[in-house]
Design a protein around this ligand. Structure first.
Ligand SMILES: Nc1nc2c(c(=O)[nH]1)N[C@H]1C(S)=C(S)[C@@H](COP(=O)(O)O)O[C@H]1N2
Ligand SMILES: [Mo]
Length: 196
């Protein structure tokens, strides 16, 4: 019978079944921001989904009232770091889209400060994305997206828009900020969909 011993410090080795190809594990949490950190308070914050039929806007309290969940997921940044087992708290996008009527299939996610990123709607549904408010037991800090960010852990972390403010529904896929600058339209870390 085979047996094995974990390496020094019990760290997982890269290339185990939770670490996508080309990624290295980190214990700290790097800050990756393309511009200045917007200052947004929960009182100022709203979330809007715009569709072919108009707009729906929720306040901070209204989003929370949809039902807050705790999820533990791994995140993978295209710059080759992965952080495993992060504990997040947020509201599933399924809850918001249950209140929205649209036949459009593509999302442009918008943040305070002008950052955008594109994700097909189907990939935000099915318990795969959240509006997150807390990470690892504490409210998000400003540099990590306070008061709320998108969390789409099955795609590279640039899709997890910090300071998220809304989703614009589109009939056809269109590149967001990083996608316009050479990053992949889809961004599956397991397929290494890093760049165009
Ligand atoms: N609004 C906004 N969201 C953003 C970014 C950004 O620059 N602005 N950077 C993205 C990138 S490239 C990554 S890797 C993650 C980094 O999140 P973190 O700083 O909390 O680690 O946020 C993503 N979301
Ligand atoms: Mo990133």
């Amino acid at each position: 019978m085979a047996s094995f011993t974990r390496g020094f410090g019990g760290r997982r080795r890269p290339q185990d079944d939770r670490t996508p190809p080309g990624q290295t594990l980190v214990e700290d949490w790097p800050v990756m921001s393309a511009g200045a950190t917007p200052q947004v308070t929960p009182e100022d914050w709203t979330f809007t989904i715009s569709t072919e039929r108009g707009q729906r806007t929720w306040s901070w309290d209204e989003v929370h009232a949809l039902g807050v969940e705790d999820v533990t997921v791994d995140v993978h940044c295209v710059t080759h770091w992965s952080k495993l087992g992060m504990a997040w708290r947020g509201v599933s996008l399924d809850k918001l889209f249950a209140e929205v009527d649209t036949s459009l299939g593509y999302c442009m996610v918008h943040s305070s400060g002008g950052y955008t990123t594109n994700v097909p709607l189907a990939e935000l549904l099915g318990g795969r994305s959240w509006i997150a408010f807390e990470a690892d037991g504490a409210p998000l800090t400003p540099e990590h997206g306070a008061p709320a960010r998108l969390l789409v852990p099955h795609l590279y972390f640039w899709k997890s828009a910090k300071w998220v403010r809304g989703i614009e529904m589109l009939a056809a896929d269109r590149p967001g900020f990083w996608e316009d600058n050479g990053y992949n339209m889809h961004g599956d870390p397991w397929k290494e969909e890093r760049y165009w």
